[in-house]
Design a protein around this ligand. Structure first.
Ligand code: ADP
Ligand code: MG
Length: 358
């Protein structure tokens, strides 16, 4: 690696972590007696498990408000809900521009920016390739070279025309389609944070699949701490923890999330837009911590595709996120800003952690 990497023995903390269905696990602790109660629960939406916990008097209001908001965003963005704005854009590919809400328009613009920032590693026009492999569907298959060439010919962000004045989106060629799966949950986390604050939320979090949004700190005044899954272990094995301040978001992309196996090969759902195949960069999990969910989610996918070296370069040039990388050989790399916020769990105490510096 070109970048200066320092080996450190990371502080190990003994934590008991609650088994959690998807994404992250909150640190488990006794709640203090006098914080005014809480509301927590798990629901299913946006194709994923959503966990929330809110403390204090506004807990009920915030909890139900979040559920309503999630359904509202889901119906605008889903690829699968036929009335969604995204479905309308896809149906009208090569036909006509489609007027969308300002919110959806902003998201499409952010997606384009992320694509530029990652030199095309993140590309929402990847839908025909995702569809062809069907990795998250009931009938995944390894495509032929010919099938793949046809699907890849339907990609191209320059052919997604966004007209700011008319607030329209237009895919200029028939057969093109967009897929916001790599960014929608992080974007939703941002909308939820804004709405939660409007509803008077003081402390709590929402975890949507591999995306987390935090408000305030724990009722005992300590910051929230979440466990990161070992990508090679089972769903209840946590490699380390990350401490998150008020307003933080965190997103993880892991090859273990959704995949299928054929002839001894594992094919996961993160695609390399340049090969049309599942990303094969040597990374098996990427976690991004930052202020904006949309950036964290998009970059976790992008950096997974880019691989450690390019990802470290991108981090060094930007100032708005930190990252944890796990390689296929089980090595852990963290960016400098997480030095005091990342800690290995007791079980992984012997794992070497390298700090990536600017
Ligand atoms: P998850 O959905 O498991 O939380 P991600 O946030 O990383 O994981 O998003 C993965 C989804 O993003 C895929 O299911 C697919 O819809 C889409 N996708 C896959 N590869 C890319 C890519 N290179 N650029 C943009 N979107 C992608
Ligand atoms: Mg993502």
């Amino acid at each position: 690696m070109s970048r200066k990497v320092v080996w450190i023995g990371c502080a190990v903390i003994a934590l008991s972590i609650v088994l959690y269905l998807a994404g992250f696990a909150p640190e488990s602790r006794e709640e203090p007696e006098d914080y005014g109660g809480f509301r927590s629960g798990i629901t299913y939406a946006m194709n994923t498990v959503i966990e929330q916990k809110w403390y204090g008097e506004s807990a009920d209001t915030v909890y139900t408000g979040m559920e309503t908001k999630i359904r509202e965003i889901e119906s605008a963005l889903s690829l699968h809900l036929s009335q969604s704005e995204i479905a309308a854009i896809n149906e009208n590919a090569g036909v006509q521009p489609v007027e969308v809400s300002q919110r959806t328009f902003d998201l499409l613009q952010r997606a384009k920016e992320l694509s530029e920032q990652s030199d095309g590693a993140f590309d929402i026009t990847i839908a025909p390739v995702v569809e062809l492999w069907g990795i998250t569907s009931d009938h995944p298959h390894v495509p032929t070279d010919e099938e793949l060439a046809q699907a890849m010919a339907l990609m191209g962000l320059e052919d997604l025309v966004l007209d700011e004045e008319a607030c329209t989106a237009y895919l200029t060629r028939p057969g093109m389609a967009i897929d916001l799966g790599g960014i929608a949950k992080g974007w939703t986390a941002d909308q939820l944070r804004e709405y939660a604050r409007e509803l008077g939320a003081e402390r709590g979090y929402v975890s949507l699949g591999g995306n987390l949004m935090i408000i305030g700190e724990r009722p005992d005044g300590d910051p929230f701490k979440f466990g990161l899954r070992d990508p090679q272990g089972d769903a209840s094995t946590y490699l380390g923890t990350v401490t998150l301040e008020d307003g933080c978001t965190m997103a993880t992309t892991g090859g273990y999330e959704r995949y299928f196996e054929q002839d001894g090969q594992t094919y996961w759902h993160i695609m390399d837009p340049f090969t049309g195949h599942p990303a094969d960069s040597g990374l098996i999990s990427v976690t991004i911590v930052g202020d904006e969910g949309v950036v964290c989610d998009g970059l976790s996918t992008a950096l997974f595709v880019m691989g450690l070296e390019k990802a470290a370069d991108l981090w060094a040039q930007s100032g708005d996120f930190e990252a944890v990388f796990v390689t296929a050989s089980g090595e852990v790399y963290i960016t400098e800003g997480l030095r005091d916020r990342f800690a290995l769990t007791e079980q992984y105490a012997d794992t070497p952690v390298s700090v990536i510096k600017r």
